[in-house]
Design a protein around this ligand. Structure first.
Ligand code: ADP
Length: 594
């Protein structure tokens, strides 16, 4: 078989020749075998063969029977599955349909009913009938069939239309039966989501109302702050006159005052101070609540501050017969606003003195805490506070102990102390037991070490002693006659100072032209041109730009103070004018080389 085969026909002929040869060989062998066998052996073989054939046929029959049984079982199974599917599809609450060319081939009862049709009546309908308008129909169709053509499923939410024309929100999910051939049809699930949508709408509506309410509350809070700011102006102006003239009368050495008169003056001054404290505390509280509190955090030595508070409160302690001991080591530093920390400490220490027992004591100390905190504590030997009062202690206007009506107070101090301490990144706490005194503490973050502070170029320098006034001219621009009279009296007592006065900024600027004062005291709220504009004019004129100008304002709100500082005033005084501060400010500016 070495002949070369080049074509399939030749290969076929070759194969045929080989097969014939094998058959011939096998026939020859069988012939030889049969020839060698005895006839009865051949008969037996034939008999065996017949038996074998019968056996094969019966097996074949059995096979056919089993095959028929299997076929019947398969048909039953398929019918059962189909039936189950039908039951599921027809009883499921979600609408289901099979579409081809956007026409309904099959839809379940939930589908028909959700669109308001009788069961079985939507078959053959075009899906455009179920959309509110042609645009939505086309948009959903374009998006959906683009996804299905990519083999992906499609999900969307759309407004749909019922038979009666009413609209409802529906979630749609579609999938091609054969992703390779989306034109063969797709199966869609539709779910009425009107309730969820209306809940979402309600939520949006409630959010909108909430926002409106918040805006209203914020605007009410702004209105409250504005009102307080105006009220502070209105209250401080007459208070200025009351306190100032009382001070002048008390300090007047030229006129004799009887003890009775002195007592009365003292009472006026005391009541005035109390009223001012109340106004200031209410203002502070409203500033904090409206987020307008300005703090200037700096490294402070708590020991120094406690001693400063002690010196201010010594008269009160003596009056109540209370011993106050400060035991705060030097060299410690905390990060806080000096003015506000002093306010908090003054409140805690003065409470310790006020709410104490005859001959009692107040101790002030401090502890270093882990996590870089410093605790300053104030403990007293007073009657203490009952546990039922402790939760209300830091709420405004709560004067918790029933028998303190004879003790002067407003009930705002602790509420302010809490808010101020928290605004300085600290916390406040209290521990008390009736009969065992009270312990208050504040915890504040420690500042860097003292050495670092001293190396800093911003380290505060020692205060410069205030020199006395020389013969100079001071111009006071003020429209309020009582304030004007008060300042006239103060300045007349200074010696060496001539006072020029004007009731409006316009008149004041004219006087500057002719009189060239060395210092100008400028009320901010003036009729016509206000203090800011007048300052602007003075600063723009090269002849007058160097004259020191002090703002005199009744509003101590942070916004106003900031505006005054930014406008470029050399200093500012708040009304009611404090005699010492006024004299110090005037002296300081008059001593400056012009
Ligand atoms: P005020 O002292 O002006 O009433 P505070 O806010 O400072 O207001 O204090 C609120 C109340 O807490 C006080 O009226 C008093 O009843 C109680 N209180 C404060 N400190 C002490 C204290 N050290 N011992 C006992 N009671 C105190």
């Amino acid at each position: 078989m070495s002949s070369k085969v080049d074509t399939p026909a030749a290969a076929g002929a070759e194969l045929r020749l080989q097969t014939e040869e094998i058959v011939r060989e096998k026939a020859a062998q069988l012939h030889i075998t049969l020839e060698s066998l005895a006839p009865e052996e051949i008969l037996k073989m034939l008999h065996d063969l017949q038996l074998y054939q019968v056996d094969l046929e019966s097996q074949n029959e059995e096979l056919r029977r089993v095959q028929a049984e299997l076929e019947t079982a398969r048909t039953v199974q398929v019918e059962r599955l189909a039936n189950e599917q039908r039951i599921i599809i027809s009883s499921m609450p979600t609408g289901l349909c099979f579409l081809k060319d956007r026409k309904i081939q099959l839809a379940n009862p939930a589908f028909d009913l959700s669109f308001g049709y009788e069961i079985g009546t939507t078959k053959g309908m075009d899906t455009s009938e179920f959309y509110p308008d042609i645009e939505t129909y086309q948009r959903v169709g374009n998006d959906a069939y683009a996804s299905l053509a990519d083999g992906a499923s499609y999900a969307a939410e759309s407004l749909m239309k019922r038979k009666d024309g009413s609209l409802f929100w529906c979630s749609l999910t579609g999938q091609a039966v054969n992703p390779a051939k989306p034109e063969e049809g797709s199966i869609w699930l539709l779910h009425d989501i009107s309730e969820r949508k209306s809940a979402e709408q309600n939520l949006l509506e409630s959010n909108r109302l909430l926002m409106e309410a918040r805006e209203e509350a914020e605007s009410a809070s702004r209105a409250k702050s504005d009102f307080l700011s105006r009220m502070s102006h209105e209250l401080r102006t007459p208070m200025n006159a009351i306190m100032g003239f009382t001070q002048l009368l008390e300090d007047d050495r030229n006129h004799y005052l009887s003890d009775d008169q002195r007592d009365s003056l003292h009472e006026i001054s005391r009541a005035g101070t109390h009223l001012l404290e109340l106004i200031n505390e209410v203002l502070d509280l409203s500033r904090i609540e409206s987020g307008r509190l300005l703090l200037s955090l700096e490294p402070l030595e708590p020991g120094e501050l406690c001693l400063e508070c002690l010196s201010l409160l010594m008269p009160l302690a003596e009056q109540h017969g209370i011993t106050v001991v400060v035991n705060v080591p030097s060299g410690l530093r905390i990060q806080a606003d000096r003015l506000r920390l002093r306010q908090v400490l003054l409140n805690l220490i003065s409470n310790g003195i006020k709410y104490n027992s005859e001959g009692g004591s107040v101790d002030i100390g401090c502890d270093l805490l882990p996590s870089n905190l410093l605790r300053i504590w104030v403990s007293d030997t007073g009657p203490g506070i009952g546990p039922e009062f402790l939760p209300r202690l830091f709420q405004p206007f709560e004067r918790v102990t029933a028998d303190n009506s004879h003790i002067e107070g407003t009930g705002i101090g602790l509420a302010l102390a809490k808010r101020l301490t928290e605004a300085m990144n600290g916390s406040i706490g209290v521990k008390s037991k009736p009969g065992n005194g009270t312990l208050f503490w504040i915890e504040l973050p420690q500042a860097e070490l003292m050495e670092e502070m001293e190396a800093s170029p911003d380290a505060p320098t020692a205060p410069v002693p205030v020199p006395s006034a020389r013969e100079r001219q001071v111009l006071y621009i003020e429209d309020n006659p009582a304030n004007m009279r008060l300042v006239k009296k103060i300045v007349s007592g200074l010696g060496g100072v001539k006072l020029l006065t004007a009731e409006s900024a316009e008149a004041g600027l004219e006087l500057v032209e002719t009189g060239r004062p060395h210092l100008i005291l400028m009320d901010i709220n003036l009729p016509g041109m206000d203090g800011f504009e007048a300052l602007g004019r003075l600063r723009r004129n090269p002849e007058t730009c160097g004259i020191p100008v002090v703002a005199v304002t009744a509003s101590a709100m942070p916004d106003q103070v900031k505006r005054i500082e930014e406008a470029g005033f050399d200093d500012f005084l708040t009304k009611p004018i404090n005699l010492q501060l006024f004299v110090a400010a005037v002296n300081a500016l008059l001593e400056k080389p012009v």
